[in-house]
Design a protein around this ligand. Structure first.
Ligand code: GLC
Length: 739
């Protein structure tokens, strides 16, 4: 009780001091007394084994006759299944649960609907480059609608791990390196998946993952250790999760990673002290695949029983796939080794989400939805729009792009020119290769009369130079060369960290051979991560970063290549010059010896510039934008207060286009050192040629809070710099002071 009084006083003082509303005590949902009383009634009847059954998520891999698993369901030993995408099997298992188990509690069915279910959108790191929150919400809403048509109630998404190391394969699954942008995208995704009413038959439960700081995997090596100081954890890695909780996410997933000596899936500080006591999260936490049993390998648990105790008491409510809970907790609860309160708390959370999803009232999925809700023309149109908006123009020397639609011949060269699978990217749900529009098909759709001289040239990885000669011939007889190169979908994603992040295989050698022909070359770069493309940037006139753009990628790319769409994407991860620079990100600290060209004893390398190959927020357009008239109203601001910052942006080029106007600040002096820049706002605008718009940001002093020397979340008086510009290294500079 005393703790709660102290907490209330702290919140009250925070309110007075900063005028910033503290995070909602309860998630957006709030507790429904009717649901809570129903849960009470069910809990009162449950045996320990039935309680732990709700905490078990099993698989059955769409087995046609899952009789064995049905017996488990009848005994109340299953609460959820994952990876069942056959709606008949799903409904059959559900029927067993609802009609043949003692209490008739419905199952909840989960699946990785990461960037689309059947209509596959660009991979998350690509979508993030659009900076278009409405679009990202819309693609999540479509994914939810399609997922429900497959009988899926719950997605293991959005993945919101801040990642600053492109060696880590899973950087592709998130929003990139920035906490503010990552938090905004998290909110958009939760809104998209869950809509306003979780019981709506076209919405699904979201799952923020991987809680927390999995993206800090040491050396970018998959499943590696994460050592993250508390302040960095709080300032960098946790805010997107807090944003998602405030947005009302139904669930979270605990990570694999050893976080400061306590693996995330056994970390009470993360799972209870912060998530429940500080943030008031009222949904449930599912473990990652086997991450409870992995507590043994971590050296935190001595056996499965011990792992079950640690995971459940730390705050992981449901165990994915392994059976530490179901095999041990009933007996442990009965013999008092684990308090039955632990089970009751977990089950309450799980049942709460099942009630909110409407599973008690409507436990069965409607197969008819598959006739109307999957891969519709409207969904394809949104996929094409998402592909276009996620493309980033990295270079366009002498305006080689856009190409003239009357071009006579194009050499389309590279192992990704005709590769459906790669365009879907990793975690592509129920997407099918035959649904994909490749870049070859997209070009044919746009310029049907153009002769396309295709040559694969080489394999994606390994291989040899056998195909080079044919590719050179194709280039020599064409007006322009388009190189479709980069990573395939299985060179990034889970368990695909890389120590070298160059173009894989012999692709760079192929590119150099083609460049020797002297033909104008355009690279269309497919990848799930930043690549060290320094040679390409130096020697190739035009580069379009396509990521893995989804099933409409080929059309979206052609729209940009031939000028039907003016690219406006901006990278949300820094591209390093070399692996040696990693970790490198825009919002680093200044150090006591910031780099100085004139002084050798300053922070630098002797064999590389400090600057990245491409900075956070970078992306070009077919037009140009000019920034003028930075205005900062009330340059001296009391706390709490608002700084109004504006700038005029003009389209000074020949074609209309979007521009992502970015707002950065720097807190010059703090009770702890602060980053050299921090993104605090952005606005995606559209300007006709010659048009000017004034973009205004109302920067609240709340937005300037950080964990100070006393680890309190505060904003401190002092001087700030501010920039408004097109990326993290350019822009109009100003300043203001907090009093
Ligand atoms: C995987 C991933 C996680 C995914 C889960 C279920 O190992 O770590 O992101 O949601 O298992 O497929």
């Amino acid at each position: 009780m005393k703790i709660r009084i102290i907490l209330a006083i702290c919140i009250f003082l925070t309110l007075i001091q900063t005028g910033c509303m503290p995070s909602a005590e309860q998630g957006k949902n709030g507790l429904d007394p009717v649901i809570e009383s129903k849960i009470d009634a069910i809990l009162a009847k449950m045996t320990p084994e039935e309680k732990v059954g709700q905490m078990a998520q099993l698989i059955n891999d769409n087995k046609e006759d899952p009789e064995e698993i049905k017996n488990e369901i009848r005994k109340g030993r299953a609460g959820s299944f994952l990876n069942i995408t056959n709606i008949e099997i799903r409904n059959s298992l559900q029927k067993t649960a609802v009609e043949e188990s003692r209490l008739g509690i419905p199952l909840i069915f989960g699946y990785d609907v990461i960037h689309g279910m059947r209509t596959v959108f660009p991979v998350p790191l690509a979508e993030a480059a659009s900076w278009d929150l409405d679009l990202m919400e819309k693609t999540a809403a479509i994914a939810a609608k399609e997922a429900r048509a497959y009988g899926i109630d719950w997605t293991f998404a959005p993945m919101i791990d801040i990642a600053r190391d492109p060696r880590w394969g899973r950087i592709v699954e998130g929003a990139g390196e920035d906490t503010y942008l990552g938090s905004m995208i998290t909110r958009a995704k939760v809104r998209g998946f869950q809509g306003d009413d979780l019981s709506d038959p076209e919405t699904i439960a979201a799952c923020l993952k991987h809680y927390a700081a999995y993206g800090a995997s040491q050396a970018g090596r998959e499943y590696s250790t994460t050592e993250v100081p508390e302040r960095v954890l709080r300032d960098v890695y946790l805010p997107p999760f807090k944003a998602g909780v405030e947005e009302g996410t139904a669930t979270l997933m605990s990570g694999f990673n050893d976080l400061n000596g306590v693996p995330a899936s056994g970390n009470k500080y993360l799972l209870t002290d912060i998530l429940r006591d500080e943030w008031g999260f009222d949904g449930f936490v599912v473990s990652d695949w086997d991450s409870i049993k992995q507590l043994i390998a971590h050296g935190l648990a001595k056996d499965k029983s011990h792992a079950g105790i640690i995971g459940s008491t730390a705050g992981v409510d449901m165990e994915m796939h392994t059976h530490c809970y179901i095999e041990n907790l009933p007996e442990l609860a009965m013999n008092g080794a684990v308090s039955e309160d632990v089970l009751d708390t977990a089950v309450r959370r799980i049942l709460r989400v099942k009630f909110r999803l409407g599973l008690f009232d409507n436990p069965y999925a409607d197969p008819k939805l598959q006739d109307t809700n999957i891969l519709t023309p409207e969904h394809r149109e949104v996929a094409r729009q998402a592909a276009k908006e996620s493309l980033v123009l990295l270079k366009n020397k002498n305006n080689l792009l856009p190409l003239d639609k009357n071009i006579k011949s194009i050499a389309l060269i590279g192992p990704l020119a005709n590769n459906e699978r790669a365009l879907k990217g990793t975690w592509s749900g129920m997407g099918r290769d035959e649904d994909v529009v490749t870049i070859m098909q997209g070009i044919k759709n746009t310029v049907p009369n153009c002769t396309i001289n295709y040559a694969k040239g080489c394999d994606i990885t390994g291989g040899d130079d056998e195909g080079f000669a044919e590719a050179v011939k194709a280039a020599e007889k064409s007006d322009v060369v388009i190189m479709a190169i980069g990573e395939s979908e299985d060179l990034n994603g889970e368990s695909h960290s890389r120590t070298k992040i160059d173009l894989p295989g012999r692709q760079k050698e192929l590119l150099k051979e083609i460049n020797k022909t002297g033909k104008p070359v355009v690279i269309v770069l497919f990848t799930g991560r930043p690549l060290t493309i320094d040679w390409s940037l130096e020697n190739i006139p035009a580069i379009l970063l396509a990521w893995h753009p989804g099933i409409e990628g080929g059309n979206g790319i052609a729209d940009v290549l031939f000028g039907d769409y003016n690219p406006a994407g901006k990278i949300t991860v820094t591209f390093p010059r070399s692996v040696g620079q990693i970790p490198i990100y825009y919002n680093m600290k200044n150090t006591g010896r910031p780099f100085d060209e004139e002084d050798r004893f300053t922070s630098k390398y002797i064999d590389s510039p400090n600057t990245p190959l491409l900075p956070f927020g970078y992306g070009l357009s077919y037009t140009t934008f000019d920034y003028k008239n930075l205005k900062i109203e009330n340059e001296k601001v009391a706390i709490p207060g608002t700084v109004k910052i504006s700038a005029r942006v003009t389209n000074t080029g020949p074609v209309a286009g979007h521009e992502v106007v970015q707002l950065y600040i720097r807190d010059l002096v703090g009770s702890v050192t602060r980053p050299v820049k921090e993104l605090k706002g952005f606005e995606r605008i559209y300007l006709e040629p010659g048009e000017t718009k004034t973009v205004t940001f109302d920067l609240s002093t709340c937005d300037l809070k950080f964990y100070d020397i006393n680890m309190e979340y505060n904003v401190e008086p002092g001087n700030f710099k501010v920039w408004v510009g097109p990326n993290s290294v350019e822009g109009l500079e100003g300043s203001f002071e907090l009093l």
